[in-house]
Design a protein around this ligand. Structure first.
Ligand SMILES: [Zn+2]
Ligand SMILES: [Zn+2]
Length: 694
């Protein structure tokens, strides 16, 4: 053995050996139930960040452990086209060249983004290999694979046929900069101060932060309990500047204590107003278009951005003497989670899923423990999201994604839905001229089907063998976006839950506990770290010192500390192997360990094996790591090896037995160095395929 463990000499070679041996593919023999994890697919065009590295380490540890226990083990990898994220990055690149997406037609833009993603494809895969991910590359899936899209279409058609998809005029969270509607979950609500204008509506004074929308008012509403306005109900108020009369109505949703207690009702530009408008069957008038510009207002404001128009309208109101006073209000506004600009509530035609029948079943599955959450608090969060989920808007106004298989008739304006094929005629009037909806599915609609889609389109029999999967291991920030959608859609399409357990991991933070971000300059590049200190050290650093469900702190020192541990094991192995036993009977039984020291270390090994096994079963990876670390370094090396230096020959069988089991226990955590030592020992076969110590 070399005097020092130099990871750069071995890692790539070892990975190739593992892959070539077929160890990554499950061997389905006998009656052992399989162990399956579907990998949350990283973005196809992005290099891995430290957060990815953490989940790769966690999942790979579990996968290697179960594989060694003899279970047919499948870890299915994939990559995600990441609709809005990718198009967002691509559009930024276009802007750098002085172009925008509006310079290209739909097909050209799609092709350009496709090519852009292709250029970067392969980076993520080679990085996963670098970290030691023992996933089954022969079953790799991409979210835009044709066979994946086919099933996404079938699901949509099934939902439509079951009456769970509808198209309606709805108020959506529209971002004029991104040019798309976002779901409720993608809106970041922030608190801020805004001017609160008290406007003269003739019979009543109305306070508003958005005077530019007065042209879209269709009513004034007051609370029926509000004595101040009793006499006004059924009368009219007059919109300033345009003098249009609107009815005064009563509705319980009006908050008596905000402003004057009288609310202008603008259904097209406010979610509450939209709801009140629906109740009272009021018309919807839009004065802001999808680019965030004024439309259908008095001529002078048309084409202005909403904020510009606000200033102008305020000026005109002031000149007309229609502003009674101006306050400042501290309130909450919706902002775009991508560009942090204001979200414009807007009325638009979108595809929706009626989620109630789906959430009901999902809630039942969670409550009956068909899906178990490893950590109780995440179960509570999931239940809360499911209980409050509004109908799901699945239309996105972007091209990078799966185009919705809906065609509109040019004659009767009805929609024809198919499971992918282009319809020859309108399903309602048989007219032959149809136009496909330009919108694409929300990415979560397709990735919400990921566990069953990947297995249904995999090797023959995969779905039957591996579904429901064992564990869904993912980050807590996508619990509401992804995990609950997978439970809903998995149950709906297959009748079964998509996974039996949900394991949620926390964030990686820097040494000071700060979130890692480019703007803070505290980014830790996992690949650089793996190259510098070895993949094993990086993996240990990523799980060391905290339960997986909690955030952990990471810095270079911590990773370097684990490199020292890799060297320690290397040195232990060198000591053991310098005087290799000729006795082939080692490790058959513990009965022959008669020396007190031998008995002691064998007992310690037994306890360690028990503890590590239990910790891995309970997803307490940091505790498993600490236990095996302490055993190898402080009990095996510091105590036992020191003691047996003067009875080397006699202790050799014990030394080898303890080394072999230590390598096995450590393998899931530090696969490379353990595999290399295993190889140096002259063992037949690979450690990755060896059996877990009993
Ligand atoms: Zn935006
Ligand atoms: Zn028609």
């Amino acid at each position: 053995m070399e005097p020092r463990y130099d990871h750069t000499k071995y890692e790539a070679d070892i990975y190739r050996k593992w892959e070539k041996s077929g160890a990554f593919s499950p061997q389905v023999t006998g009656h052992q139930p399989p162990f399956t994890i579907i990998m949350p697919p990283p973005n196809a065009n992005d290099p891995l960040h430290i957060g990815h590295a953490r989940f790769i380490a966690i999942e790979d540890i579990l996968i290697r452990y179960h594989r060694m226990k003899g279970e047919p083990t499948l870890w299915l990898p994939g990559s995600d086209h990441a609709g809005i994220e990718t198009q967002f990055v691509f559009e930024k690149k276009l802007r750098e060249k002085g172009k925008s997406r509006f310079d290209y037609d739909r097909d050209a833009l799609y092709k350009m983004i496709w090519d852009y993603v292709q250029e970067n494809t392969g980076t993520m895969e080679s990085q996963l290999k670098k970290i030691g991910a023992s996933c089954d590359w022969t079953r790799f899936k991409y979210t835009l694979d044709p066979e994946i899209i086919e099933i996404v279409y079938k699901t949509f058609k099934k939902l439509y046929d079951d009456g769970l998809v509808y198209r309606g005029e709805r108020i959506v969270n529209f971002c004029p900069r991104c040019g798309t509607a976002y779901s409720q979950l993608e809106v970041d609500y922030v608190e801020r101060d805004d001017n609160f204008y008290y406007l003269d509506y003739g019979t009543v004074t109305i306070a508003t932060t958005r005077p530019e929308t007065i042209f879209a008012d269709v009513a004034v509403a007051v609370n029926p309990k509000d004595k101040r306005y009793e006499k006004l109900i059924g009368k009219t108020a007059k919109i300033p500047l345009i003098n249009r009369e609107v009815p005064v109505i009563e509705d319980n949703l009006v908050n008596i204590s905000v402003g004057t207690g009288a609310l202008k009702i603008t259904p097209a530009h406010d979610p509450t107003d939209f709801e009140i408008g629906q109740t009272h069957k009021l018309p919807v008038i839009s004065v802001i278009d999808e680019k965030g510009r004024m439309t259908g207002t008095p001529e002078k404001y048309v084409g202005m951005k909403a904020e510009e128009a606000r200033a102008e309208v305020v000026k005109d109101l002031e000149a007309a003497g229609k502003i009674k006073k101006i306050d400042v209000i501290h309130h909450t506004v919706g902002t775009c989670y991508k560009d942090h600009g204001l979200i414009e509530p807007m009325v638009s035609k979108q595809w929706y899923i009626n989620v109630e029948p789906l959430t009901k079943k999902a809630l039942k599955a969670i409550k009956s423990k068909e899906v178990r959450f490893a950590v109780k608090r995440y179960e509570k969060i999931a239940i809360n999201w499911l209980k409050n989920l509004k109908d799901w808007n699945i239309s996105r106004q972007i091209v990078w994604g799966i185009r919705i298989p809906a065609w509109r008739c040019g004659k009767c304006l009805e929609w024809t839905i198919t499971d992918g094929e282009i319809p020859q005629e309108c399903a309602s009037c048989h007219n032959g001229i149809l136009k496909q909806d330009d919108d694409t599915f929300d990415t979560w609609f397709s990735s919400g089907q990921w566990p069953f889609i990947t297995l249904q389109t995999g090797k023959s029999g995969d779905f039957e063998k591996f579904y429901p999967t064992s564990i869904m291991e993912t980050a807590y920030d996508i619990l509401p976006f992804w995990v609950i959608r997978m439970i809903m859609l998995g149950l709906y399409v297959t009748g079964k839950v998509p996974f039996e357990a949900v394991v949620i991991h926390g964030l990686v933070r820097d040494r000071e506990g700060q979130k890692i971000s480019k703007s803070k300059g505290n980014v830790i590049n996992p690949i650089e770290m793996a190259e510098k200190y070895g993949a094993d050290s990086l993996r240990m650093g990523l799980i060391w010192g905290g339960l997986i469900e909690n955030d952990i702190t990471l810095d270079e020192q911590k990773i370097n500390g684990q490199r020292k541990f890799a060297n320690k094991i290397w040195n232990v192995a060198r000591f053991v192997l310098t005087n290799k036993s000729t006795n082939k009977q080692i490790s058959k039984s513990t009965n022959k360990f008669t020396n007190e020291d031998d008995k002691w270390i064998i007992e310690e090994l037994k306890q360690t094996t028990k503890k590590v096994t239990k910790d891995l079963d309970k997803y307490r990876l940091n505790e498993a790591a600490a236990e095996i670390y302490d055993f190898i370094w402080h009990r095996f090396a510091d105590v036992y090896i020191e003691k047996v230096k003067d009875r080397r020959e006699d202790a050799q069988p014990t030394l080898e037995k303890v080394l072999i089991d230590s390598l096995k226990l450590l393998h899931p955590l530090m696969p490379f160095v353990t595999e290399q030592i295993w190889n140096e020992m002259g063992n037949k076969g690979l450690l990755i395929s060896s059996s877990w110590p009993k």
